[in-house]
Design a protein around this ligand. Structure first.
Ligand SMILES: [Zn+2]
Length: 680
């Protein structure tokens, strides 16, 4: 318990309840805190008779039954609000509110002179009364428990009052008592610490606990900018997906985790800039307040438009609305942004995010070279917080309020662009199988890119071998043929190419053509007429079976699988007895041969020039970077080698000799593009 200050005499009560006075601990529980917050002064004490306060001075007036605590500033302070708190924990027993609170005459009606008031009964049965409160300020109800220091109302001047103050009165056994002890007062002080005469009792609650601390001052206002970049697949034409995440439909090798796009496809790059600070980016002028974003698209991605949106007022990074930054004359036309440039995003409110959406079209495939394409964006400038950063690798001066990414406001994303009509296996990375996979894992053991021969190599170890490509969505209107560059190491073998379409999703011999490889470890360039429905959309290709398990060299290699615009041309006259070429009957033929039936008249390769590339799938434009028709014999690979991963053997020389004899069927896998080092 806190000390009670002994006093020599306590008048009336000393006569009425001497036992209580003899045992202070029996009189009360916790003592009181000074109940009014803010700048205050005591203007009148309890009158012990004869206009005499507890210290034997006249700082009271006749018959005053409480302690008047006035606020400095009078009605102006009252209008600002000065809180009255419970002097001690207890239960609210009476309240009254609604009375006029600007009384200056000491005789305003209401509340029996107390105006607006609150009574609190404490554990020891004592009651404290807080009177003359501000109209409408009573914020506790009868029966409510309050703690010491809890706000119960505000200072006013209601009832018999001449100015804003709190009349604080203590009732013991129904009689008013003076909480101060002194020579002319009682023997006990009810205060935690009553202080000097005309000073103030402490505002600390009993037990030494300070009153609730004031809330900390708000931190200084400043912006805190964050940046994120992401890709979004096209929404207008739903993309066919093998996996849950359409953004990463080829996960081989280092393609895993990258956004994948098809050649010719238009998709979106989102750059979200967020102000997660508590201040605006507002400067002295609109120019000062603007965030400038810079971006960079790689070659092979053509911008076709952009939007700037804001999530204001929701600030949820989801409710995107057009932003007036689109009208900023410094920005490029909405339908013709450059491949690299600046965008003015204007100012940001606290919590506001803006989303830049760049719509881009993939104009070059990158997988054959194994090079990923980075898309980059960074904040160039934000006055006072972020210095001039004009290049991705440039350092920037960063205000210490800037936290994102160590203060470096840049974000990038990598993507692979695949051509769904042309699968080449030129990567030096053995895992870069371009989305192909084994559909009969028991029959195909090894499955890898052979970098020496630029081929996808399958090791056949059981019956029913099968490999299949990734799911695609290729309208077949522009494609009549398939070029297949493949080899195996036995004697002549037949295989089949199967396909599925969106309307016929199951593999069936009814949708297949036969092909032959002559074996001996030499690549055959096969031109297959494809009797598929030209109105359909191709969804997948399969190759099966293509080599023998258990033979001396069970590897089957595919260097190229490419849709072609034209069916094979009619066979030119060839020398009798020449080794037959490859390919199945031409367009308009009787359709696929039944499995296992020897083809009596293998097709022949088309004349030079007929072997056209498919062109850009989605636009009909030529495919940039498409392979040239390979020069005869160029980069020839041949010979029976023991493994799909062996380096090119001396047998290549033998292959060159064979080439002359087998001109019509012996081709290099394809022309070669330079293979730049992989960027990761
Ligand atoms: Zn009073």
């Amino acid at each position: 318990m806190s000390p009670r200050v002994p006093a020599p005499v306590r008048t009336a009560l000393a006569v009425l309840v001497p036992a209580a006075l003899a045992a202070p601990s029996g009189v009360g529980a916790a003592p009181y805190r000074q109940p009014v917050n803010g700048d205050v002064v005591v203007t009148a004490y309890f009158d012990h008779g004869g206009v005499r306060d507890w210290a034997c001075t006249d700082w009271t007036y006749g018959g005053h039954r409480g302690t008047d605590i006035a606020i400095i500033g009078r009605f102006a302070a009252q209008d600002e609000g000065r809180d009255i708190t419970a002097a001690q924990a207890g239960r609210v027993t009476r309240t009254h509110d609604g009375e006029f609170d600007r009384c200056t005459t000491a005789d305003c009606a209401g509340g029996n002179g107390f105006g607006n008031y609150v009574y609190v009964e404490h554990a020891d049965g004592h009651v404290t009364i807080y009177a003359h409160m501000r109209q409408g300020s009573v914020r506790v109800a009868e029966g409510q428990q309050v703690g010491c220091g809890d706000v119960i109302g505000q200072v006013g001047s209601s009832g018999y009052s001449t100015g804003p103050h709190c009349h604080f009165e203590v009732r013991v056994g129904g009689n008013a008592d003076d909480p101060f002890s002194g020579q002319c007062g009682g023997p006990l002080s009810y205060w935690v610490a009553q202080g000097d005469h005309r000073g103030l009792p402490t505002r600390d609650c009993a037990g030494g606990e300070p009153p609730p601390p004031p809330p900390p001052p708000p931190p200084p206002e400043r912006p805190d900018i964050h940046l994120a970049l992401s890709f979004e697949p096209p929404g207008d034409a739903p993309r066919a997906c093998d996996f849950d995440d359409c953004r990463d439909f080829v996960r081989d090798g280092t393609s895993g985790g990258l956004f994948d796009a098809w050649l010719g496809e238009t998709f979106s790059v989102h750059v979200v800039v967020s102000n997660q600070g508590n201040g605006t980016t507002q400067g002295e002028s609109p120019e000062d307040s603007a965030i400038t974003l810079q971006y960079e698209l790689p070659a092979g991605l053509a911008p076709v438009g952009y939007d700037i949106q804001t999530d204001w007022p929701a600030k949820d990074r989801a409710s995107w609305q057009p932003n007036d930054a689109m009208q900023n004359p410094a920005n490029p036309p909405a339908d013709a942004p450059p491949g690299a440039g600046e965008l003015r995003l204007n100012g940001f409110s606290p919590g506001e995010s803006k989303r830049v959406t760049l719509r881009v079209r993939a104009t070059e495939s990158s997988v054959a070279s194994g090079a990923h394409r980075p898309v980059r964006a960074w904040i160039k400038h934000l006055r006072g917080y972020y210095g001039e950063k004009t290049g991705w690798d440039d350092p920037a001066e960063v205000n210490d309020g800037q936290t994102y990414n160590g203060g470096d406001l840049k974000a990038g994303g990598e993507l692979d662009v695949f051509d769904p009509t042309a699968f080449l296996f030129e990567s030096p990375d053995a895992a870069m199988v371009e989305g192909w996979r084994r559909c009969a894992p028991d029959a195909v053991a090894g499955f890898t890119v052979n970098p020496a021969d630029h081929a996808l190599s399958s090791e056949i170890v059981g019956p029913g071998p099968c490999i299949e490509g990734p799911r695609v969505a290729v309208p077949l209107a522009g494609f009549a043929g398939l070029r297949l560059v493949a080899r195996q190491h036995q004697t002549r073998r037949s295989g089949r190419v199967h396909w599925t379409t969106e309307t016929e999703p199951d593999f069936s011999d009814a949708r297949s053509v036969e092909f032959h490889t002559d074996g001996g470890g030499l690549f055959d360039e096969l031109h297959l007429a494809m009797p598929w429905d030209r109105g359909a959309t191709l969804t997948r290709l399969r190759l099966l079976p293509v080599a023998d398990a258990g033979s001396g060299n069970p590897w089957f290699d595919v260097a190229e699988i490419r849709l072609t615009a034209d069916a094979p041309a009619p066979p030119p006259p060839g020398p009798a007895g020449a080794d037959s070429g490859s390919g199945d009957p031409g367009a308009g033929g009787a359709g696929p041969y039944p499995p296992g039936v020897p083809d009596p008249d293998d097709g022949v390769p088309p004349p030079p020039g007929a072997d056209t590339d498919g062109g850009s799938l989605f636009t009909g434009e030529p495919t940039p970077g498409a392979l040239p028709d390979p020069a005869a014999g160029a980069d020839y690979a041949g010979g029976c080698i023991a493994s799909g991963q062996s380096p090119r053997p001396p047998a290549a020389l033998i292959g060159m000799l064979f080439f002359g004899l087998h001109l019509r069927r012996r081709r290099a896998p394809s022309g070669r593009r330079p293979r730049p080092a992989r960027q990761v």
